[in-house]
Design a protein around this ligand. Structure first.
Ligand SMILES: NC(=O)c1ccc[n+]([C@@H]2O[C@H](COP(=O)([O-])OP(=O)(O)OC[C@H]3O[C@@H](n4cnc5c(N)ncnc54)[C@H](OP(=O)(O)O)[C@@H]3O)[C@@H](O)[C@H]2O)c1
Length: 307
């Protein structure tokens, strides 16, 4: 089973949109330090995560490691959603300042939009790249159907879910990215924490709105959950590790882990040492595809969101 490079997702450090409320600042700092000490070098954030707080925390903590980790050895990725091309430069400058860095390694357009024309925004992003403020451009949450229309832009990264909770189009996305030399970055290997062995979600937590809790999907979600529970017992490993190990084997270039505290990150990194058999992976693939067929028609991303 191949394994993707591990990156750290930094959304947790800037709770937003009803996700990760009550996150403790010191826990966030400890997660970041653990990641840096464990040789994780790819960090993923967004201007919208906590309205810049995630970028700020990442920037400040990375600065503290400046004597031991060279900037050029890090890959810092952020995402913007500028409402007009003129705002691209301002957004990038704000992100650079919060991240305490002279350049970004990856600048993503965070979401496709059904109301804003994207080519002029991509032109503006390209201009910033040509000036050297950004090394590579990426798209995040863009479904396969939108990619060909943007193929004239030098897109080097595509960020998409890599989770048993969302396997829709995963094979076609992989083939498209390989054909166009685009690196695939996978997020939410625990399905935003819904494959973590806890399952009960508080009423004010936005995860309750995900499609798996609708009447048509819930039993397929529970079936998948039961298989994960069985494998967790068999391997004597936490369920989260089984879900992450499956995700690591999906052929993505980078897999972003999300953790709210150091213990979660330690547990998730230990997924690298599990081996799942071919039969075990097939059982998970089957359950995930039964769940995928229950995705409401027309929904082309895990959040059911359009910007
Ligand atoms: N491009 C996008 O639109 C997009 C969307 C989503 C994510 N991302 C990126 O991808 C990163 C990773 O995604 P994600 O945060 O959704 O990852 P995830 O691994 O699916 O979920 C992380 C959550 O699962 C729970 N968890 C983590 N480890 C656990 C463990 N060992 N045991 C039990 N629970 C555990 C925690 O939440 P609780 O403790 O609250 O359950 C944690 O916040 C994000 O930080 C972000 O950078 C990007």
């Amino acid at each position: 089973m191949n394994k993707s490079e591990i990156g750290l997702g930094c959304w947790q450090f800037g709770p937003s949109f009803g996700f990760w409320d009550g996150q403790d600042h010191l826990d966030s700092v400890r997660v970041l330090h653990k990641a840096l000490r464990d040789n994780i070098r790819h960090f993923d954030t967004a201007a919208s995560y906590g309205s810049g707080r995630s970028e700020q925390l990442l920037g400040h903590q990375i600065k503290r490691f400046a004597n031991s980790i060279r900037r050029e050895d890090l890959r810092i990725a952020t995402k913007i959603m500028p409402k007009s091309p003129a705002l691209v430069r301002k957004d990038v400058q704000k992100s650079l300042s919060r991240l305490c860095t002279p350049y970004l390694d990856i600048l993503y357009l965070h979401w496709p939009s059904s109301s804003i024309e994207l080519p002029p925004i991509l032109e503006a992003m390209l201009q910033i790249k040509d000036e050297g403020l950004v090394r590579s451009l990426g798209l995040s949450n863009f479904p396969l159907s939108l990619l060909p229309s943007l193929s004239e832009y030098p897109i080097s990264y595509l960020q998409s879910p890599c989770s048993l909770l969302w396997t829709k189009d995963i094979q076609s996305l992989r083939s498209y990215c390989t054909k166009h030399a685009i690196k695939l970055v996978g997020y939410s290997p625990l399905g935003l924490g819904l494959l973590n062995g806890k399952h009960l979600i508080a009423p004010d937590d936005s995860r309750k709105d995900l499609y798996v809790f609708t009447e048509s999907s819930y039993s397929a979600y529970r079936d998948l959950y039961a298989i994960l529970e069985g494998l967790s017992e068999k391997h004597q490993r936490p369920m989260a590790q089984i879900a992450i190990r499956w995700a690591m084997a999906q052929g993505f270039d980078v897999l972003l882990l999300g953790a709210r505290n150091k213990t979660q990150l330690e547990e998730n990194l230990a997924a690298r040492s599990i081996e799942l058999s071919g039969d075990e992976c097939s059982a998970l693939d089957r359950a995930a595809s039964f769940l995928a067929v229950t995705i409401p028609s027309g929904q082309d991303n895990l959040f059911g969101h359009r910007w």
